[in-house]
Design a protein around this ligand. Structure first.
Ligand code: CUA
Length: 391
């Protein structure tokens, strides 16, 4: 298993970079004037591309296989869950076939360009032989592509069928995911948990008994969104007035990054999603924590915030279990502080970002549907203090 890029690897990358730069120094001068400038600029571009390619190769496996927590490289060529693996293997076959076609076509093209190039002025005086059509060739380049396309259709439909027809076992986790502009509403109907933007699921083991996939029912409250966590599953749209279905079955723990993959308005790019895959025991602990009631705050500032929260219009859009806050337009805040981020991944969730959000959400996420509530400074402080107790 490749580890993180080591010192030797980094030195090698640096040497490659220096090699590409060297001939542009005055002492290594090979050209002069404009030629030299063109030569140096193209070498620099080539050097930068080489460096980026080396860096990408050195870094991506290190991120993806660290066995630990964050998996920020959402690399679909490193699948870590069953449907993503199935898509990966059929895409490798498709890539191999298309690479074969590319090689054959390019070779023929280069051969023809070379063979029939202009060889001298005498070529300008004659015409190539004028032939019309050839049944054999016409048949070959019609039938062969049809056969190839047919193979590709069969391969991909088999994978699609296998993914769509998977029967979920009894113990499967079920999640209802509702897309909103620009955040994700997350329901666990069996457990009665509601949260937002972060999905916790248990690790599934390949040994049959430990298998535990997660079924996702996808809906939308407004426009079309699309669920995509590249290392876990392919894309599936969330469409208004329709229930779509997909599933994931992760074989590695960690936090997987995903995002909305269908343009849905101003903050589409900040409609981020995290899937936190945990060992089964840790997942059960999370479930219990989410089901535990939230105590009424005792500290003075938080208690004031509690009052201010219910006196303002916060409750029209947000819900806090066991209280009069029953709004459903915005994210459920019952266990707000168990989440890693605020504003569907726009910033890490800290007391500072939360304070900034309560002050004016538009500074962190311009265009989001929560307006600047024009709260007094004292209200911003106390409401933030109250929200910090929701865990
Ligand atoms: Cu939701 Cu793009």
């Amino acid at each position: 298993m490749p580890g993180p890029p080591d010192r030797a690897g980094l030195i090698q990358q640096k040497k490659a970079w220096q090699f590409w730069n060297r001939s542009c120094r005055p002492e290594g001068d090979m050209f002069s004037g404009l030629n030299r400038i063109i030569f140096c600029v193209s070498r620099r571009i080539a050097g930068a591309v080489l460096w980026l390619v080396l860096a990408a190769f050195a870094c991506s496996p290190a991120y993806a296989q660290d066995g630990g927590q964050m998996r920020p490289v959402a690399d679909m060529f490193q699948p870590l869950s069953r449907p993503a693996e199935m898509i990966h293997s059929s895409s490798m076959l498709v890539l191999a076939i298309t690479a074969g076609i590319f090689v054959v076509v390019t070779t023929l093209l280069v051969y023809v360009v070379w063979k029939f190039r202009r060889k001298g002025p005498e070529d300008d005086l004659k015409e190539p032989p004028q032939i019309y059509g050839s049944t054999h060739i016409e048949l070959a380049w019609t039938v062969v592509p049809i056969l190839i396309t047919f193979v590709l259709i069969l391969v991909t439909s088999r994978t699609i069928g296998e993914i769509q027809n998977r029967k979920m076992p009894e113990n499967a986790v079920q999640i209802r995911l509702v897309g909103h502009q620009w955040w994700w509403e997350v329901h666990y109907p069996k457990e009665g948990i509601v949260t937002a933007n972060e999905i916790h699921v248990p690790l599934s083991r390949r040994d049959g008994a430990g298998e535990r996939p997660t079924e996702l029912i996808l809906e939308s409250a407004d426009v079309i969104h699309s669920f995509w966590v590249p290392q876990l599953a392919g894309k599936t749209d969330l469409i208004p007035n329709r229930k779509n279905r997909t599933w994931i079955e992760p074989f590695a723990t960690g936090t997987f990054f995903g995002n909305c993959a269908e343009y849905c308005g101003t903050q589409h790019a900040n409609m981020l999603l995290r899937v936190i895959v945990e060992e089964p025991e840790a997942y059960e602990r999370w479930v219990q924590k989410m089901k535990a009631p939230v105590p009424v705050p005792q500290a003075e500032l938080a208690a004031q915030g509690h009052k201010a929260f219910y006196a303002n219009s916060c409750v029209n859009c947000h819900k806090v279990d066991g209280t009069n806050a029953r709004g459903v337009f915005g994210p459920d805040l019952t266990k707000l502080m168990t989440r890693q981020t605020i504003g569907a991944g726009v910033a890490p969730l800290t007391p500072e970002t939360l304070h900034a959000w309560v002050r004016n959400p538009q500074t962190l996420k311009t265009g989001c549907l929560m307006p600047d509530m024009k709260l007094l400074d004292s209200e911003v402080d106390s409401i933030t203090a109250y929200l910090l107790t929701l865990k």
